[in-house]
Design a protein around this ligand. Structure first.
Ligand SMILES: C[S@@+](CC[C@H](N)C(=O)[O-])C[C@H]1O[C@@H](n2cnc3c(N)ncnc32)[C@H](O)[C@@H]1O
Length: 232
C-alpha cells in the first residue's frame, strides 16, 4: 500500500469545502448496522461475483473499506486504486484489507475536479458505493467524463445508492429518510449537498450505459451496473 498523489484535485475550484468524514471512520460500520442492518452491504456486494476477472479497479469514496476488503478477498489478482478525501477512512480501508493491502494504492483527494492522471493500465471497473450522493449531478458528470480516457473498453461502473421510488413509500418514507440522512451528514461532516443527484442522467450524459439495476428495501436502495461503452 502507498499513499499517492499522482492525480489532480484542484480543490480551489469548489465553492463548498471538502466534507470531513474523519470522525465517522471508527463508528461508521456500527452506525450503518444499527440503522440499515445488512441491507447496505447487500447492495454493495450485488455485482461482486461477476467481477472476479477484473485486474485493475478504481474505488472512489469507499470509506472504511469493507467493500474493498471483500473485493480483494474475492479476487486474488485485482489491484485497487482507492481515492477518498478522508485520511482516517483510508487508514481504516488499508487496515481492513490486512494481508491484501499490498495490492492497494490509496490517494487522499477531493474527487470533485479530480482526475487519475496518466495510468499504466486502464481501469476495468469503477466502484462507487453510497458516494455519488456526496456530489452534485454536474460534479458526477464532470468526474465521469474525466475518467473515460482511463478506462478499458470493457470497463464497468458499479453504483450503490439511495433512491426515492415513486408512490406512497417514496413520498412518506424514503424522501423524509433521505432528507434526514442529509441533515445528519451535514451536521457531522459539513457535507454541502442536500439532495440526491441525478446520477443516471450524469453517467448517461458522460457516455455510460445502464446494463442492470437491482432494488432493495422497496426501492430505497439501488445497485446498478453501468458499462463504459456507449449504448448499442
Ligand atoms: C457516505 S460515505 C460512503 C462510504 C462507503 N462507500 C459506503 O459504502 O458506505 C462517503 C465517503 O466518500 C468520501 N467523500 C465524500 N465526499 C468526497 C469528496 N468530495 N471527495 C472525496 N471523497 C469524498 C467520504 O470521505 C466517505 O469516505
Amino acid at each position: 500500500m502507498s499513499y499517492f498523489s499522482g492525480g489532480r484535485s484542484p480543490q480551489s475550484d469548489h465553492s463548498t469545502p471538502t466534507p470531513n468524514f474523519n470522525l465517522l471512520a471508527g463508528p461508521y460500520r456500527w452506525l450503518e448496522y444499527l440503522t440499515f442492518g445488512p441491507w447496505l452491504a447487500r447492495a454493495r456486494y450485488a455485482f461482486l461475483p461477476r467481477l472476479t476477472n477484473c485486474r485493475n479497479a478504481l474505488v472512489l469514496g469507499d470509506g472504511d473499506g469493507r467493500f474493498t476488503a471483500r473485493l480483494l478477498r474475492s479476487n486474488p489478482s485485482v489491484r485497487v486504486h482507492a481515492v477518498d478525501a478522508s485520511p482516517a477512512m483510508l487508514d481504516a480501508l488499508v487496515r481492513r484489507a490486512g494481508l491484501h493491502s499490498a495490492r492497494i494504492v490509496t490517494e487522499i483527494a477531493d474527487l470533485r475536479g479530480w482526475s487519475p492522471g496518466p495510468v499504466d493500465r486502464p481501469y476495468e471497473a469503477i466502484f462507487t458505493h453510497f458516494f455519488l450522493d456526496c456530489l452534485t449531478t454536474a460534479e458526477i458528470q464532470s468526474l465521469a467524463e474525466t475518467l473515460r480516457p482511463s478506462l478499458a473498453p470493457s470497463a464497468v461502473w458499479v453504483v450503490s445508492e439511495f433512491a426515492v421510488p415513486p408512490g406512497i413509500f417514496g413520498r412518506f418514507v424514503a424522501r423524509p429518510l433521505v432528507w434526514g440522512l442529509y441533515q445528519i451528514f451535514a451536521a457531522l461532516t459539513g457535507l454541502a449537498v442536500r439532495k440526491l443527484p441525478d446520477y443516471d442522467f450524469a453517467l448517461g450524459a458522460a457516455g455510460f450505459t445502464l446494463r442492470e439495476s437491482q432494488t432493495r428495501l422497496a426501492g430505497l436502495l439501488v445497485s446498478e451496473l453501468w458499462s463504459g461503452a456507449p449504448h448499442s
